[in-house]
Design a protein around this ligand. Sequence first.
Ligand code: RM4
Ligand code: MN
Ligand code: MN
Length: 427
Amino acid sequence: MKIDQQQIQDHNKESEQSHKENFAPLANQLSKKDYQVDKLVDRIASFQVAIPSWALGAGGTRFGRFPVGGEPGSLEEKIEDVGLLHALNRSSGAISLHIPWDIPEDSAAIKELADSYDLIFDAVNSNTFQDQEDQEYSYKFGSLCHTDKEVRQQAVEHNIEVIKHGEKLGSKALTVWLADGSNFPGQQNFRKALSRTLQSLEEIYKELPSDWEMLIEYKPYEPNFYSMVIPDWGTSFLLANKLGDQAQTLVDLGHHLPNTNIEQIVATLQMENKLGGFHFNDSKYGDDDLTTGSIKPFQLFLIFNELIHGTEDADALEGDIAWMIDASHNVKDPLEDLLQSVDAIKKSYAKALLVDREQLEEARESNDPVLAQELLQEAFQTDVRPLLREARIRNNAAADPIGLYRKLNVRESLIDERGSETVATGL
Ligand code: RM4
Ligand code: MN
Ligand code: MN
């Protein structure tokens, strides 16, 4: 299914008047405060967030999985789905692939297909947390950290193969997330596990094209519940530092213990030039992969506040960091959930662009926490939805992406086309 421009224009016409009535007073109010409204709208419009190929179907828990119907059964269909999202919001112009869930048989054809939807390929992800059918050695006791050289070698080779796939598609980064760790005290030698991991990463790093980055994720627990080899940003940072300039840390918002100050981690990594990318999602307890911004929107705003604060030029920020979603959809239509996620990310970005930085710095330097809080709240409480809508309209996206998605019965059409039994590879 493809959404055409006429459908979008017709939809936008319907709410044209009411949008104008909402946008004009906000634009007016912001101009009076010396904001360049056009520049703000342009920045919001150009901000793109990559969609994970592994989250286009229904996720599940270890207890059950409830299919949504019409799930993409092939990489081509996944690209079609991301194409639908991008047509609706013009903000999801990239796709992040997981290998071997999404091995392109014919890379040139896949690239061409993506191009026809105006999509590029973001970071490629390796997978050494599952055993594949044709695989010689098991990852039951780890991959890059494994006690056996052969297992480590197999995992290294897999990562190199992922880079090769990515190169053919125009990706510029490899994301490494390791499930490696242990479930019981005493099971693993921490020092050996970490140094073996470093050695394996060095092998992979050697094969990294010069214009690529290696993004290293961390996670405090799950699937291992006693220790993870890369449990936190400090360990990822340490590895990235030892590896070299092309290695960076990737912050997955769901990979922290409850109440961790993620915005501070972001500030430190950015200061050290080691912040490579994000996996956006949210979490309530210690869970991974809820819809970003659904639980802690203030945290998301504070993260963007740090990001903008830490860069000389907000325009450069966009290209400096890999922005990706990493989520699982157990009860929502995944495409609707992804539209909500992109919207939440852009809202936080827009709000952070509104923070009066000069005044905030003055308040900090003069130790005025009350004023600092007022300034943050002033931006955070601003209803930026008309700015986002304006950005979409100017970009020829749908004024209301979810509204149009539902009006066009996209899910029903996908079920008609693909059936209700297809299961997408992924989470
Ligand atoms: C992990 C991690 C990785 C993702 C897998 C599917 O928890 O977040 O980024 O590739 O899940
Ligand atoms: Mn992740
Ligand atoms: Mn995760």
